[in-house]
Design a protein around this ligand. Structure first.
Ligand code: PEP
Ligand code: MN
Length: 336
């Protein structure tokens, strides 16, 4: 349930509620909104809302009907805006996150980072730990990859997003990453969700290949309920019977997620289509549909990429994407 405090509720009244919530063995999640404070109370459902309604400073108590609570719009009507290094995700201005699928060498990531910085990108992506279908494929440079990402970050000032695959790696990845990426294959790796939920880093949570939006939001709920309020949802396509594309990008997921959740939504048309030529049109469509940003794979020479080259944009194509996004942003009231 959500306890909505009166706009003029005092600090004493608020702490009285928090004390009561804790006494009942429940966990309060406080959100300070523009006008009033709301407290999410998650736990046993048998507590009668009237119990809190009668307390001083309380305006009303609302039961959240959806299975996800902290992630729902009912819990928090205002959009969540996530700030990292002066970048805000979840506002009018769209955020571009781009870079290679995998960090392949120091030179590779630094060169790409410089190019992207000039293009107005704010967040550099690059996998150091790669979830590959085949154990014989390139698995990422691991610690070395993190080291190179850190160098690219120091040289360019770009924020860094990189994937974390297991709870044991969370600590060392947090030392470099500004955003932790939980990949599609790990969307329901619950120990991992709990581990990233205990960090103070924003988490970009990718939709699982076969996940419904409710399942995605339930996974977000794991992170939120472990104390980390900074979750970014990512639509990256789902598996269907269509073979021309690697995945079927679910465009309706974007406005739907924005409707039922307050969390920012980023689109990944690279994995969402798996086809280089489709990345620009689908990326633009995602922005028109209300996405807060894009996650794009970019490589200097995609034909030589160690992973996902077929869906990576080269530099001229990325530049074309940015030019076209500028036009799109003008007509749909967004900024870039
Ligand atoms: C990636 O971003 O390189 C990746 C592996 O993505 P996904 O988890 O969406 O497949
Ligand atoms: Mn990839």
């Amino acid at each position: 349930m959500v306890i909505v405090m009166k706009p003029n509720a005092s600090v004493k009244e608020l702490s009285g509620i928090l004390k009561k919530v804790k006494e009942l063995g429940l966990k309060p999640h406080i959100v300070k909104g523009k006008e009033r404070t709301i407290i999410g109370v998650i736990g046993r459902s048998e507590i009668n809302p009237e119990f809190f309604e009668a307390m001083a400073g309380v305006e009303k108590v609302v039961r959240i009907l959806s299975p996800f609570k902290l992630a729902s719009r009912e819990f928090k009507p205002d959009d969540t805006v996530i700030k990292i290094n002066g970048v805000e995700i979840g506002k009018k201005k769209i955020v571009l996150m781009a870079g290679p699928c995998a960090v392949e060498s120091r030179e590779q990531i630094i060169e790409i980072a410089h190019f992207l910085k000039e293009m107005g990108v704010k967040v550099l992506r690059g996998g150091a730990y790669k979830p590959r279908t085949s154990p014989y494929s390139f698995q990422g440079l691991k610690e070395k990859g993190l080291e190179y990402l850190n160098e690219a970050k120091k040289e360019t000032g770009l924020a860094v997003i990189t994937e974390v695959m297991s709870p044991e790696d969370v600590g060392k990845i947090c030392k470099v990453a500004d955003i932790l990426q939980v990949g599609a294959r790990n969307m329901q790796n619950f120990p991992l969700l709990e581990a990233v939920g205990k960090t103070d880093k924003p988490v970009l949570l990718k939709r699982g290949m076969m996940a419904t939006l409710e399942e995605l939001l339930m996974s977000a709920e794991y992170i939120l309920s472990n104390g980390n309020p900074r979750v970014i949802l990512c639509e990256r396509g789902i598996r269907t019977f269509e073979k021309y594309t690697r995945n079927t990008f679910d465009i309706s997921a974007i406005p739907l997620l924005k409707k039922i959740s307050h969390l920012p939504v980023v689109a990944d048309p690279s994995h969402g289509t798996g086809v280089r030529e489709l990345v620009i049109p689908v990326g633009k469509s995602a922005i028109v549909s209300g996405a807060d940003g894009l996650l794009i794979e970019v490589h200097k020479d995609p034909s030589k990429a160690l992973s996902d080259g077929f869906q990576s944009l080269d530099f001229p194509m990325f530049s074309k994407l940015v030019t076209e996004l500028k036009e799109i942003c003008q007509v749909c009231g967004r900024e870039i």
